[in-house]
Design a protein around this ligand. Structure first.
Ligand SMILES: *Cc1c(COP(=O)(O)O)cnc(C)c1O
Length: 411
């Protein structure tokens, strides 16, 4: 668990102030006064580093962005109003009409409908693959491919990608790799494995208590020498690379997405997210350990559990080698039928019934009748949504209490 220990000091020290108010200050202002005309000009051309307008950036949000950028080894980050805002920002800043996305694993319901329905309306085509279809993925890359999109852990199918192998494919082909790391902050560092952009829903384990909706995209630096973003595929980036060098992905995202779509974070949510972030390195290892204890105990008790810590899981070896800091807070239980799933959900006393994940409290939800109720049978099958599937997000409760409650609910 060294990954977590490393951040205990870093997070509490960077969130709190050493002088005056210890808790971060919430800058509630939407607009900022420039003082004089020359300063206004400088702020707009980027030569003066002062706040322009809160849609384009806010001091409280900037604090959160700098910590998340550092956490992931990025050159910078852009916080957003939600996790979907971060995915929209990252993708819409790289895509034009006629482009293609290759989407691997997962997939979170909102991301699936963004790709398969909404972006389709704007002339963007997405090809979907399972995490292990590496040859098919390679084959699907064309001149029109601008993004390979990957979830670090399949939600809710619990399949684990070989992130390094997929990053190698993306880098060889010169295509941007965007990783949704919502489920595994600190546990997995996608930029260090070769990805270009990481997106988060900070609503989940980063805040940890359902107090604030939020998201963030973290960007890698553009290399001094060769870089895939200097190629023809990304010619729209070249002016930013010329002007802002290694930072180029950030002004591109701010101008092409944040300014025009307006999925900006608000200062109060950024403040609440900072408070959550402070204790992330303590909460996550505790939960990851509980998830293993609970998955193994429920499996032993005869429940149909899907989690890669179990030897029967097809990615058990990958879990041990590549996910040594765990794979987040989720596990699923397949009760076999809708009726049995409803009975379980209505009998558990500890789990809160909700669509959220990564909370301090244990959460449960029947998948087919809620998040995936809009999807046809073939799509549900692709995403691993069976009739009896319940997604569980384990919280900070005593794992033995959760085991006892779940065994009782399954009777
Ligand atoms: C929740 C979630 C999102 C979307 O985040 P919101 O903050 O709800 O917009 C995206 N990806 C994953 C994996 C999620 O769990």
């Amino acid at each position: 668990m060294n990954n977590f220990e490393e951040y205990c000091t870093k997070f509490v020290q960077s969130v709190g102030n050493k002088e005056g108010a210890i808790s971060p200050v919430i800058t509630g202002s939407a607009a900022f006064a420039y003082g004089d005309a020359q300063t206004a000009e400088g702020i707009f051309d980027g030569s003066v580093k002062k706040p322009l307008y809160s849609r384009m950036g806010n001091p409280t949000t900037a604090r959160l962005e700098s910590i998340l950028a550092e956490m992931d080894g990025g050159v910078g980050a852009v916080a957003t109003s939600s996790g979907m805002g971060a995915t929209t920002l990252a993708t819409m800043s790289l895509l034009s009409n006629g482009d293609e996305i290759i989407s691997i694993g997962g997939l979170f319901g909102g991301t699936y409908s963004l790709f398969n329905e909404t972006l389709k309306r704007f002339g963007i085509t997405t090809h979907f693959f399972d995490v292990d279809e590496l040859a098919e993925i390679k084959n699907a890359i064309s001149d029109k491919t601008k993004i390979i999109f990957l979830e670090s852990v399949g939600n809710p199918n619990m399949r684990l990608p070989n992130i390094k192998a997929i990053a190698n494919i993306a880098n060889e082909a010169g295509v941007a790799l965007v990783v949704d790391n919502t489920i595994t902050p600190l546990s997995i560092s996608p930029l260090r494995l070769g990805a270009d952009i990481v997106v988060y829903s900070t609503t989940k384990i980063i805040s940890g208590n359902a107090s604030a909706l939020g998201g963030c995209a973290v960007f890698r630096a553009i290399n001094d020498g060769d870089d895939k973003f200097k190629g023809e595929r990304y010619s729209f980036l070249h002016k930013f690379i010329k002007g802002t060098k290694k930072m180029a992905l950030i002004p591109n995202a701010k101008k092409r997405a944040l300014r025009d779509f307006g999925m900006s974070a608000n200062a109060t949510a950024s403040y609440q997210t900072l408070l959550g972030l402070e204790t992330l390195p303590l909460r996550l290892p505790r939960i990851v350990q509980s998830v293993e204890t609970i998955a193994k105990a429920l499996d032993k008790a005869g429940l149909n559990i899907n989690h890669p810590c179990l030897e029967s899981h097809p990615h058990h070896e990958r879990y041990k080698s590549d996910f040594s800091n765990g794979c987040g807070t989720l596990l699923t239980i397949d009760m076999g039928s809708t009726q049995a799933a409803y009975k379980f959900i209505n009998s558990t006393k500890l789990a809160t019934i909700t669509a959220n994940i990564g909370d301090s409290r244990t959460l449960a939800l029947h998948m087919a009748s809620t998040i995936y109720s809009d999807f046809d049978a073939a799509t549900r099958k692709f995403l691993g949504i069976t009739d009896g599937l319940i997604r569980i997000s384990i919280g900070l409760e005593n794992p033995q209490d959760i085991i006892a409650d779940f065994i009782n609910a399954a009777k």
